[in-house]
Design a protein around this ligand. Structure first.
Ligand code: HMG
Ligand code: MG
Length: 304
């Protein structure tokens, strides 16, 4: 254990999307821009900006076009956005994004509740989205949700998640992020699941996306790291949750992940003190206390 650590890990920040999509109170555009500025100041270079989903389904992100227009990615930073169908792709393309993320679940019930589609229909939809996106030089990432468990169906067959992953990579998605949408994963299950994927898929084409509902996100990330995963999704201060997954609490907090990685000598390119400041901005923006541990503890040493 802990003898195969990499020099560097890539963090994909999801707070402006996964974080804000579930907020009960509307978050003004200015607040979203403040959050983005703070994240970029801290050194995050891969950020999920928003979603081009139906504004009726996710009203918090109805300002996607406006945000993309008013806040463009500075050099060295890539913005991505969630995209459920051809309309989402067209909107993202028109808004000038160079990356999108398609998403679906490994369990039928969650996929239906989240996107009003069967798994087969989602795959058909992405067959109409990914090639046109690649044709206009967009990069396409993909999520497979409920890999560790579904809020409606319970355990999910890992073979189903693997089959979907195969299809999405076959379509040309550069990476599939495996989601523990409701945060039920425990380390041994994570070891078995991730090992199953790695037997077939190169680590560079996989990312892990943990929600910290039961406090196991960080240890699951560590298991993934040990197995060779180098891409992790997280959200500043632990903001987040899926509106169509009851019990989906915030994502793994970016500060907690960065603290652990830096403590083991693994580089992230992120300044932890500035990240902690970004977490404070996030808290101001949503107007409530956020759960991240390092966020709550603050810097180890007070700058004097
Ligand atoms: P639908 O109602 O079946 O859509 O929703 P439809 O195709 O029948 O169209 C109905 C209306 O919606 C039409 O408008 C369309 O134009 C419009 P009308 O003619 O009635 O005026 N519409 C759109 N408008 C804007 N942008 C679009 C779009 N598409 C259709 N892209 C749909 C189907 C997929 C659109 C809907 O279910 C949806 O938007 N779902 C998104 C739900 C969501 O965002 N969930 C949270 C993200 S997933 C997540 O959090 C998990 C993740 O973090 C990983 C993990 O944790 O595991 C990624
Ligand atoms: Mg999520």
């Amino acid at each position: 254990m802990l003898d195969a650590l990499p020099d560097q890990v890539s963090i994909y920040e999801v707070s402006p999307r996964d974080g804000l999509q579930n907020e009960a109170l509307p978050v003004p555009l200015e607040g979203k821009k403040d959050l983005l500025s703070a994240l970029i100041r801290a050194g995050l270079t891969r950020i999920e900006l928003t979603s081009f989903v139906s504004p009726r389904w996710v009203p918090q992100l109805a300002d996607a076009e406006e945000l993309a227009r008013e806040f463009q990615a500075p050099p060295g930073v890539t913005f991505s956005a969630l995209c459920p169908n051809a309309k989402g792709f067209e909107r993202a393309h028109a808004a000038g994004l160079h990356e999108i993320a398609v998403f679906m679940s490994a369990s039928e019930t969650h996929n239906k509740k989240n996107t009003n589609k069967t798994i087969a229909e989602s795959l058909d939809t992405f067959r109409e989205v990914v090639p046109p996106a690649l044709a206009v030089q967009m990069r396409v990432r993909a999520y497979v949700s409920t890999v560790w468990g579904c809020p409606y169906e319970g355990d999910v067959d890992p073979a189903a998640s693997l089959a979907i992953t195969r299809e999405l990579l076959g379509l040309g998605c550069y990476q599939v992020s495996l989601g523990d949408t409701i945060g039920v994963g425990t380390p041994l299950v994570t070891k078995r699941l991730v090992s199953l994927f790695l037997a077939e898929v190169p680590a560079s084409q996989l990312a892990l996306h943990f929600h910290d509902t039961r406090g196991t996100a960080l240890v699951n990330a560590l298991v993934g790291l040990e197995l060779g995963i180098r891409d992790f999704d997280s959200s500043v201060a632990g903001l987040g949750g899926c509106p169509y997954a009851p019990g989906a609490a915030g994502n793994l907090a970016t500060e907690d992940l960065v603290y652990m990685l830096h403590g083991m000598g693994v580089k992230t390119g992120i300044d932890l003190d500035l990240l902690i400041e970004a977490g404070r901005v996030a808290e101001t923006v949503v107007g409530r206390r956020l759960p991240g541990k390092v966020h709550q503890a603050g810097p180890r040493t007070v700058r004097g």
